[in-house]
Ligand binder design. Structure first.
Ligand code: AMP
Length: 113
């Protein structure tokens, strides 16, 4: 199974995942290997490989992903203590899964980058 299929199958509910939010455009679920007490991934329902594949036509998806990520942070009560939003891109950026995703991390003091 390739990485596109793992996240695609999560959206289609063919692979088990703790889906915490889903609408017609995006899906959010908890990371299987959390790096912080709150670690949630937000992905577009339509496959985009990574940030390099954002263009004028699909650009709006990013603002929607960000907006929902902020709402998720508030719902998880990490907005006041603080949190981090990360999008890794390709090898040097540390992207392992080639399916565009936002990481929401919080619930503890994160190491400064
Ligand atoms: P990245 O390194 O930015 O590509 O992040 C990929 C993330 O996906 C990692 O934090 C993994 O722990 C997470 N991950 C991989 N497989 C699954 C899965 N089946 N369900 C939830 N999260 C996953």
């Amino acid at each position: 199974m390739n990485h596109k299929n793992i996240f695609t199958k999560i959206i289609e509910k063919k692979v088990p995942a703790n889906i915490i939010y889903q609408d017609e455009k995006i899906t959010a679920f908890t990371d299987i290997s959390p790096k912080a007490p709150v670690h949630i991934l937000v992905i577009p329902n339509l496959f985009i490989k990574n940030l390099n594949y954002i263009n004028k036509k699909n650009l709006d998806i990013l603002s929607h992903m960000m907006y929902v990520s902020i709402k998720i942070a508030k719902k998880n009560k990490i907005n006041k203590s603080g949190y981090r939003i990360i999008i890794n891109c390709n090898k040097h950026g540390g992207q392992e899964i080639q399916y565009l995703h936002i990481h929401i991390l919080g619930g503890k003091k994160l190491r400064k980058i």
